[in-house]
Design a protein around this ligand. Structure first.
Ligand code: PMP
Ligand code: GLN
Length: 383
């Protein structure tokens, strides 16, 4: 009804989580942790509720959180962000993405360039905005784009280059060359870079490099992140976006009519989280990396070919060798067959490009070690 492209339809997460619930399967499909975040953060939310932070907060966000985000960007990345003019708190990263795209593009003559596979909301919001989505494939084996294909996709019609780093679903982290090329192309064609960095603190192989820190980028970059991933509170839906004041004002003008404001008591709690010592953040990445290791062991033992992630919640594995050449069919059968749910990579890919990723399956590693071990034992049944 809403979209001729079929991008605005029930999400794959709802379908696979429903299947997992019906069959009692271990759900390695939708990415959400099965443990709560740090006690200090949870306690701060409870205290905020009891202290009366229960009415509409300010439109841009609670000042304490705006300041904590600015401090966080300076502390981790040396970025100078004005908390009063250059930050907006949103209903998760999802709303930040939606409000940014709806603010920046206007109809089919405007193009959004995105790497494919991509997080599913990108195409849905592009469709709602009416803009044209141009995809640049991430190429196997390491899921990096080809610089020539990227350069060819970005023209003067490009209004937004939409980036996700570390990347869902592939687990890839962009190479320094591609980061520089994105900034060069955006500058040459006067495009805005919208960068979804929700997995910023879950990078395993190198410290995260925000696109906004690349020379020349800050003046045209909107950076998005979320408390959901960093503090394992995906249900709180507190995200944020920062960038040049005029762009943030444009995003705010859309956001005010989407949700108006968000989660008053959660905002001071997220501020407390952002001020936690470094060891919390590095510890979270180390723990998740160990879970990926455990998952990779299980997948390899089951006969899948694992693509080790550089960051994020997900490990991608090729199931072709064990009869999963059609990963979509494989994933629909898997919960019933062995009691594990996972998502085919094609769920994040345009139908005309499915062939490139046909045997690939995305598994969420953000689960307790004993849950991953049990999933691995069940996967062994595939042999
Ligand atoms: N972007 C990416 C790449 C994600 O993986 C997610 C979480 N699924 C989101 C955005 C949405 O984040 P939030 O829950 O904060 O809206
Ligand atoms: N980010 C999670 C995933 O990719 C959950 C997304 C969602 O439920 N909308 O699985």
């Amino acid at each position: 009804l809403l979209s001729s492209t079929g991008d605005v339809a029930p999400t794959i997460f709802a379908e696979i989580s429903g299947l997992a619930a019906r069959t009692g399967a271990i759900n390695l499909g939708q990415g959400f942790p099965d443990e709560d975040g740090p006690a200090e953060v949870l306690e701060a939310a409870r205290a905020a509720i009891l202290d009366g932070a229960n009415q509409y907060p300010p439109g841009r966000g609670v000042p304490d959180l705006l300041h904590a985000i600015a401090e966080h960007q300076r502390r981790w990345y040396g970025l100078a962000v004005d908390p009063d003019r250059e930050i907006l708190v949103t209903a998760g990263a999802t709303e930040a993405i939606a409000a940014a795209l709806l603010a920046l593009v206007d109809g089919p003559a405007d193009e959004i360039v995105v790497f494919e596979p991509f997080y599913d909301s990108y195409a849905a919001i592009a469709a709602l905005s009416g803009a044209t989505l141009r995809t640049v494939p991430l190429r196997l084996p390491d899921f990096q784009p080809d610089p020539a294909e990227l350069a060819a996709a970005v023209t003067d019609r490009c209004r937004v280059i939409l980036v996700n780093d570390p990347h869902n679903p592939t687990g890839a982290v962009l190479s320094p060359e591609i980061r520089a090329e994105i900034v060069r192309l955006a500058t040459r064609h006067d495009a805005v870079i919208v960068t979804d960095e929700v997995y910023e603190h879950l990078a395993f192989t190198a410290p995260h490099v925000p696109l906004a820190t690349i020379e020349g980028a800050a003046e045209r970059t909107l950076t998005i992140s979320s408390a959901g991933k960093t503090f394992s509170v995906t249900g709180w839906k507190i995200g944020w976006i920062h960038g040049p004041a005029d762009l943030i004002t444009a995003v705010l003008s859309v956001k005010q009519f989407l949700t108006y404001v968000n989660g008053a008591p959660f905002q001071p709690a997220v501020a407390a989280g952002l001020r936690l010592p470094d060891a919390f953040f590095t510890g979270a990445a180390e723990r998740l990396r160990a879970k990926h290791d455990l998952l990779a062991e299980g997948l390899t033992a089951a006969g899948l070919e694992v693509h080790r992630p550089d960051g994020g919640y997900f490990t991608v594995a090729d199931a072709t060798a064990i009869g999963g050449a059609d990963a979509a069919a494989f994933c629909r059968a898997l919960p019933e067959r062995i009691g594990v749910a996972a998502i085919p990579l094609t769920a994040f890919v345009r139908p005309e490009h499915h062939a490139r990723y046909r045997g690939l399956v995305r598994f969420a590693a953000c689960k307790r070690p004993e849950v991953i071990a049990e999933a691995a034992a069940r996967l062994a049944g595939l042999r």
